[in-house]
Design a protein around this ligand. Structure first.
Ligand code: SAM
Length: 304
């Protein structure tokens, strides 16, 4: 969701997108020229649609999550609204915002199975120049539910707003917390190349053996991954899109094949798209109809 603290540029809307938007707006059949028929967008309150292994709900997370069965989810990956006045949110006093997030996290906790985990990607709430890191607000909520924080990953990126009265923000965080001590963590699935792959012990009983793991090294808790700005190949017309590489790492390390991943603030559907590609089931919830349409088309493999 890096755009929330980054320089805003006019959303790119090409002629093709305008054409699709017009088609959808007047209720005509949702057919892209030269392509197969595209799926219908779920209407709010009429139940989800399925696209691949993804179940997509159109509605408010506060209303949809209580309708889902307890213990039915293995991992929650999400980026909530930051209460900073984006197009899809209304700014509220900080106490109201925290109460809302607490309600959603409480529901997410109910949905998690006993070995489940949450990874919340957050930035800053900024009010009159004061910066409040949102992870400082959600970690106490996790802990009050008995969850244990396993990592606070720093996601760093090169581009963003140039601040004049404080240092320019170039990172956000991902808080990973588990419901119990028995949780999934597949390190091998996300190892990165060793800096010196041929390095060997030069003395001692293991002299001559490789000193690093030949499968690669632990990626650490600082991840430098480009944010999805306007020239990014994955860029859709959503202001706060996750880069797929970020979600790949979380899904690969924190779930097994066929596990269920939930994103209660799905936006353009990045979590669902990654899960479909990696063989995980997913449940997405999104309140804004235009993003539900975007996610529906993306998940079905159509241009958006
Ligand atoms: C930070 S964006 C998520 C972007 C997403 N990670 C992606 O890759 O596109 C937050 C999303 O939550 C949606 N949203 C805000 N309040 C919501 C609510 N109460 N229930 C469901 N969705 C909500 C917004 O419309 C927005 O698309």
């Amino acid at each position: 969701m890096t755009d929330c603290i980054l320089e805003r540029q006019p959303a790119q809307t090409d002629l093709f997108t305008q054409f699709l938007t017009a088609l959808h707006a007047d209720g005509m059949e949702r057919v892209v020229p030269g392509r197969e028929r595209s799926p219908e967008c779920p209407r709010a309150g009429t139940g989800p649609i399925r696209v691949g292994a993804c179940e997509l709900h159109h509605g408010d997370a506060a209303g949809i999550l209580p309708t889902l069965p307890a213990g039915s989810v293995d991992l929650i990956v999400t980026s909530p609204p930051y209460n900073i006045g984006k197009s899809y949110e209304t700014r509220t006093p900080l106490t109201h915002y925290v109460a809302f997030i607490e309600q959603i996290i409480g529901e997410c906790h109910r949905l998690l199975g006993p070995h489940g985990a949450m990874s919340w990607q957050v930035g800053n709430y900024v009010h009159k120049g004061e910066v409040i890191p949102i992870d400082s607000l959600i970690i106490p909520i996790f802990r009050s539910l008995g969850m244990k924080v396993r990592n606070r990953v720093v996601w760093s990126f090169g581009h963003g707003l140039h601040c004049s009265k404080r240092l320019s923000g170039r990172h956000e965080t991902i808080v990973w917390a588990t419901k119990s001590d028995d949780y999934t963590f597949d390190l091998d699935a996300i190892r990165v190349p060793q800096k010196y792959p041929g390095k060997r012990y030069y003395k001692g009983p293991r002299k001559g053996e490789l000193s690093g793991n030949p499968k690669g090294k632990n990626p650490g808790d600082v991840w430098d991954i480009s944010n999805v700005k306007h020239n990014h190949p994955e860029k859709l017309d959503h202001p706060c899109q996750f880069p797929e590489e970020l979600i790949d790492r979380l899904v690969l390390s924190l779930t097994a094949t066929d596990d269920v991943v939930l994103d209660p603030f799905a936006g353009s559907g990045t979590v669902g798209a990654v899960c479909n590609r990696l063989g995980r089931k997913s449940i997405l919830v999104e309140r804004e109809e235009k993003y539900v349409r975007m996610a529906t088309r993306r998940l079905a493999g159509h241009a958006v």
